[in-house]
Design a protein. Structure first.
Length: 368
């Protein structure tokens, strides 16, 4: 497939805008393909002197009241989008991660007959998440998609079993490539305690209580230090971790430009999850040559199984503690960097275009 391909993601923070930027870059690396990027004007990734090319910046919203006002103005926004998209003339459109205003873009693309693919990260809300509006909008978005891309077989099974997709909608399963947070130093060059990092949203389903219990089972050893970094509600599990030796808890939002430094600091990324669709930090850690320790839940198994840098354990404190002991006793020089992120995104983009090309041809023939 050649021509212009639109990639949009209208979140302001987190992985969504970064995935859109990396996917647009993967498309640009394909012969005969030009990417067109649409981000929120307030997207964090547009700050910091990155000099990103964004052909279709959009005003989004801040807070529930802002979202409600945007939705009230839907007809006006759709007409504006139609005019701008007509000038850009995309032959296909890819939603990098669902967000609340996506149906505006879909309505505009439908008027122009542009086929739409949606990348799905989670089929349903994680335990403890209270975002019913977002997942209701995601269900409406998926019903209007020409192609759905699930980032794990686990998510694909949930989508089909839950009746979230029309039976005729094609479903493609492709793993998320590294989020490419920058070059990091090889951990084999270090001495001293092994550095363990638990990074991301600090929610109950992330297994923070399992991590605390497993660290207590390690006893009085002092050959490790743990950083738990991310944002979430305070909890008994976080309080217990703060009280643990060799553990620091940083309950805060982590800006884009700090994530690479976190990976640079650590030797091992620990994912003690009780439930998971897949992980965005895991492929980035592997690509940086970091070991990953994860529980055998959800999409983490298919994402990590077979990697020489990954260790999987059962989602209980005893199994996690045993795996931690093994990693602490493993030499640092056994790690090696993973695949090149740019090539991985190029291959990911090529797979998506191969899947959407026949849908684009079919839509064009109907219009013609």
């Amino acid at each position: 497939m050649t021509g212009r391909v639109l990639v949009w993601q209208w979140g302001r923070f987190g992985a969504g805008p970064r995935i859109a930027v990396l996917l647009a870059g993967g498309l640009e690396a394909l012969p005969g393909v030009q990417s067109v990027l649409s981000l929120s004007r307030a997207a964090e990734i547009l700050d910091g002197g990155r000099n990103l090319r964004c052909e279709l910046p959009v005003e989004t919203y801040a807070g529930v009241a802002g979202l409600a006002w945007r939705l009230v103005q839907t007809p006006l926004h759709v007409r504006r989008l139609v005019r701008r998209l007509r000038d850009l003339a995309p032959s296909a459109a890819l939603c990098a991660m669902p967000s609340p205003l996506d149906l505006l873009m879909v309505a505009a693309l439908r008027r122009l007959g542009v086929p739409i693919a949606v990348i799905v990260h989670d089929a349903a809300a994680h335990p403890g998440d209270r975002i019913p509006l977002l997942h209701g909008l995601q269900r409406a978005l998926l019903r209007r998609a020409d192609l759905v891309v699930a980032l794990s077989g686990h998510v694909a099974s949930q989508l089909r079993a839950g009746g979230l997709l029309p039976t005729h909608t094609p479903l493609l399963v492709r793993a998320l490539p590294s989020l490419a947070f920058g070059a990091v130093a090889p951990p084999a060059d270090r001495e001293g305690p092994r550095r363990l990092l638990c990074f991301g949203r600090l929610r109950a389903y992330k297994g923070l209580d399992l991590l605390g219990d497993s660290l207590r089972r390690l006893g009085g050893r002092s050959d490790y230090e743990v950083r738990i970094v991310g944002q979430g509600p305070e909890s008994a599990a976080l309080a217990a971790l703060r009280a643990s030796p060799h553990v620091t808890v940083e309950n805060r939002w982590v800006p884009e430009d700090e994530i690479g430094a976190l990976l640079d600091w650590c030797d091992v990324v620990v994912l003690p999850y009780r439930e998971a669709s897949q992980s965005g930090i895991a492929p980035s850690a592997l690509a940086a040559g970091r070991q990953v320790l994860a529980t055998r839940v959800g999409g983490l198994v298919e994402q990590l199984e077979g990697s020489p840098l990954a260790t999987l354990c059962d989602p209980d404190a005893a199994s996690l503690a045993a795996a931690l002991r093994g990693m602490l006793e493993r030499p640092r020089d056994l790690v090696a960097p993973g695949d090149d992120a740019r090539q991985a995104w190029r291959a990911f983009a090529a797979d998506l275009l191969t899947a959407i090309e026949p849908l684009s041809a079919a839509r064009a023939s109907r219009i013609g």
